[in-house]
Each structure stands twice: as C-alpha cells, then as structure tokens.
Design a protein around this ligand. Structure first.
Ligand code: SF4
Ligand code: SF4
Ligand code: SF4
Length: 285
C-alpha cells in the first residue's frame, strides 16, 4: 500500500471511530467524485458511509469554511493550510475550538489534473498541521525550504504587473467564494448598486476589488491557494496578498493560523508598533 493509501485508510479508521463513539456527529473530508479526479467535499454522518472518504494528491479544496454555522461537533480532514484556516476561524471567533476535531494530514502537495504541482504547494512553508487533535503522518513529506519573496520592483513595474493581471480578470468573484477568509455575509463589493450590463468589467472596479481583498486578508491569509485554483482566467490572484502577508510578517513577526494563543496582528496594538504608512516608508511624527 502506498503512503497516501495508508493515510487514506487511517482517515477512514478514524472517521469510523469518531462517529461510532459519538466524538463527532459529522466528518468532513474528501470523496473521489469530482471531474478529472478532483476530490469534492463530503459530509459523513453514518459509519456505513466512511468508505467514501479518500485522500490523494487531488484533495485540493480547502474545507475549513464548511465549519462555520454548523451544529454539533464536527471532525475535519485538514491539510496543513486548511488547519491554519481552522485555527484562524477559532481565533476570529467564527467557530469554537470544542466544536471541531482536527484530523491533521501531513501533506505531500496537491496537483492539477495533469499531475503538475499547484502553485501554492510549490511555495508551501507549512506542510504539517500546526494544530491538530490527531495527526496522520506521511514519512515522505520533507521539511520545507526557506521562503523566497518576489524581487522588489519600482512603482512603474508594480503598476504594469498589477494591470497585466487585472486585464485577465472578469470579476466573477470565484476567488472570494473559494477563500475561507471571505466569510462576510455581505462583501464590500456587493454593497453598492450593481451595474448588471457593463460592456466589460470595469478596470477600476477590478482594482478596487483586488486591492480591497488584499487589505481584508492582511494577516489572515493561510496561503492555501484556493483563490488561484478557483480562477478560470489564469489571474495570479494571490501575488498581492502574498506581498501583504510578507509585510505583516516582517512588521509584526506574525504568521497566520500557526497558534491558538497568538493574537492576530491586525487585532492588537502596541504603542511601539512601527508606523510605516499606507504607501510605504516610515511615517513622520
Ligand atoms: S499549500 Fe502546503 S499544506 Fe496546502 S495543499 Fe499545498 S503543500 Fe499541502
Ligand atoms: S487569499 Fe487565497 S491563499 Fe489566502 S487564504 Fe484566501 S484562498 Fe487561501
Ligand atoms: S481573479 Fe479570477 S476568480 Fe477572481 S474575480 Fe477575477 S477572474 Fe474571477
């Protein structure tokens, strides 16, 4: 049996036990029932159905947001990036720690339908779950290499890159729908009066959306890549958010979803916090 199949069998064994002894009323995991081998979320509530649970390199979706609003204790099969999202949902009081059982999967990285590594997985910095109730190990998962940040650019280059990505965007909001962190009942983009018949999506609206979302994800992105995986237009949805994440880490030494005790960078204030100003550079006074 391959290492992945062994992990999958351990998921099924665990789900059976959790449901049988009523530790959890539901187990959320992956079923091999999607298109092109893509796993889809499955909600198991009966021991007789645990055979539907799988685990493989196509267990791509981030399942964390399915925990919001659930009744009763729920177990979740969590990749490390999903586990970070679960931790951040607990820290942000969207779910309670006691209501979730985290089955933390060591993650070998996910692939697309052609077997190529997903972009987020190529640059993943956390491939074992930081918080879990049980861990399902994979001896083939290797420690990650040091993070590489994008090279710094000048203002003109930044604008050119941003515009190039925005030209591809059709403002479909799939990236928002896929993101665990976009759980607002009404998104800031839906608060205005929509123009249902634009000739093409307005460049200003696209820029507003992506800049606004990057700001709203400051110190909250768990680098799962669900947003870019959901984009059918090939937009590098995550590069702005990656920059903001690096900025928050550099300024506040904060990594999202690694600890239940750390206070989120954007919810704390210290009198000696650095004031860098919105457009960069140290602020005066
Ligand atoms: S980002 Fe990391 S933890 Fe998440 S699926 Fe990819 S390799 Fe696994
Ligand atoms: S912004 Fe993208 S990478 Fe970050 S948490 Fe949301 S879906 Fe995941
Ligand atoms: S970046 Fe992609 S997924 Fe997001 S709104 Fe634009 S086209 Fe849709």
């Amino acid at each position: 049996m391959s290492v992945l199949e062994t992990q999958a069998q351990k998921v099924r064994d665990s789900a059976k036990k959790l449901l049988a002894d009523a530790t959890a009323q539901t187990v959320i995991g992956y079923a091999d029932e999607g298109v092109d081998g893509l796993c889809v979320p499955v909600f198991i509530t009966d021991v007789k159905d645990v055979g539907r649970l799988v685990w493989n390199r196509r267990s791509v979706p981030n399942l964390a947001s399915y925990l919001i609003g659930r009744k009763g204790k729920t177990a979740i099969v969590a990749k490390p990036c999903d586990a970070r999202a679960v931790v951040n949902l607990i820290v942000e009081n969207q779910i309670k720690r006691d209501d979730v059982h985290i089955i933390g999967m060591d993650c070998p990285g996910m692939t697309d339908a052609a077997g190529a590594a997903l972009h987020a997985c190529e640059t993943c910095q956390v491939n074992t779950s930081p918080v879990f109730d049980e861990r399902i190990e994979n001896a083939e998962v290797k420690p990650v290499s040091p993070e590489k940040r994008d090279a710094e650019r000048g203002l003109d280059e930044n604008l050119a890159r941003f515009t190039k990505e925005m030209e591809k965007c059709i403002l479909c909001f799939s990236c928002r729908q896929a993101c665990y962190g976009c759980y607002c009942q009404t998104c800031f983009m839906d608060r205005g009066v929509p123009d249902w018949h634009p000739e093409s999506p307005d460049m200003g609206a696209k820029m507003l959306y992506h800049l606004g979302r990057a700001m709203h994800l400051a110190g909250r992105c768990v680098e799962c890549g669900a947003c870019e995986n959901a984009c059918a237009s090939g937009v590098d949805v995550r590069y702005l958010i990656r920059e903001v994440t690096g900025f928050v880490k550099e300024l506040y030494g904060y990594d999202t979803g690694l600890s239940l005790e750390d206070q989120p960078a954007m919810l704390t204030y210290q009198p000696d916090d650095r004031e860098v100003g919105f457009l960069g550079g140290e602020a005066h006074g």
